[in-house]
Design a protein around this ligand. Structure first.
Ligand SMILES: Nc1ncnc2c1ncn2[C@@H]1O[C@H](COP(=O)(O)OP(=O)(O)OP(=O)(O)O)[C@@H](O)[C@H]1O
Ligand SMILES: [Mg+2]
Length: 302
């Protein structure tokens, strides 16, 4: 796909994302626009549930590209991330070739592409791809540090060297999105190859807009109350603050319960949708909830 089909400006980028239901604030729209135009990976770090993973899915839909996802985990290695040889098929081939092929022929044949199992990274740079995909490397902080060293070749040159086969290089670079929840720092060498953006919790106006797009059936007054309440919660010193994902979930839960406004009883019974730690729930169920609801009432002049 040529760059002519990429958004032409920051505004274009924001509008195209929004058309897919994703609200990007100016700084994120800028980073995304530049990542697309400069063919650089986009590195997103930030609060949980703030749309880091979602933007990769949205970009794939928006640009009509396949999404290839690499979910990182402790112990992820080359075999899990890039490729491995199909050992079982190779053994079978040896059995079948017994007495027929010479040793040299056999060892050459055994490392042919048909015995290669392609994992996410290799799939993403496969020169056979009709269009360059979106490659999501999700939660890189969960992988071990040595894995990052291996990523460097992929991120800077969009290529992987397979000792038995040679160099595999993308014809057109994939669009790469890397996310991290910052449970540890990612190495500078990786970050330097990327455009970096910190994804914060959205402000109230942005969150309301996200809610309008994602849960359009929520009445406007309820949506406003939900957002104001959650923005208030995020000012508390809780162990885990609710993300946008929780805002959406909670709105759906409240609709399911036919709630038209936030009242103390409904709030009390649905806090588990927003908060996932008992200490946080206990704290909010106590005086904080009443105080936040009172603030809402005053702010609305009711
Ligand atoms: N800016 C946004 N515009 C539209 N929807 C959003 C936005 N941010 C978050 N969401 C919604 O919140 C949900 C959670 O987002 P996502 O999974 O991308 O979060 P995340 O930042 O990857 O979180 P985690 O760190 O927990 O993986 C998405 O499914 C999406 O519906
Ligand atoms: Mg995520």
């Amino acid at each position: 796909m040529s760059s002519a089909l990429l958004p032409a400006s920051i505004d274009d980028t924001a509008a195209a994302l929004r058309a897919q239901g994703y609200v990007a604030q100016r700084a994120l729209a800028t980073a995304t626009f530049l990542a697309l135009r400069l063919q650089r990976p986009l590195f997103l770090e930030g609060e949980p549930g703030t749309g880091k993973t979602e933007i990769a899915k949205t970009l794939a839909a928006m640009l009509g590209r396949p999404l290839i996802r690499l979910q990182c985990y402790e112990g992820l290695d080359l075999a899990g991330a890039a490729y491995e040889w199909n050992y079982a098929r190779q053994m079978l081939e040896i059995k079948l070739a017994e007495g027929q092929a010479s040793r040299e022929e056999l060892s050459r044949d055994l490392f042919a592409p048909r015995f290669l199992i392609k994992r996410a990274l290799l799939q993403a740079i496969d020169p056979a791809n009709a269009v360059a995909p979106v490659l999501l490397i999700d939660e890189l902080d969960r992988a071990d540090e040595p894995f990052e060293a291996f990523l460097l070749e992929v991120l800077s040159d969009f290529q992987i060297t397979i000792p038995e086969l040679g160099l595999v290089k993308a014809l057109t670079p994939p669009i790469v999105v890397i996310t991290s929840n910052r449970t540890r720092e990612i190495h500078d060498a990786v970050k330097r190859r990327c455009l970096y953006h910190w994804v914060d919790f959205p402000d109230a106006a942005t969150e309301l807009e996200i809610l309008r797009l994602r849960v359009p059936e929520a009445p406007a007054a309820l949506a406003r109350q939900i957002v104001a309440f959650i923005q208030g919660l995020r000012r508390l010193d809780l162990y885990k603050l609710p993300g946008v994902a929780e805002t959406i979930e909670w709105s759906r839960a409240l609709l399911e319960l036919n709630a038209l406004v936030l009242d103390p009883a409904t709030l009390h019974d649905t806090l588990g949708v927003l908060l996932k730690y008992q200490d946080d729930i206990a704290r909010v169920q106590g005086s904080e909830a009443a105080r936040l609801l009172e603030q809402l009432r005053v702010a609305e002049g009711g």
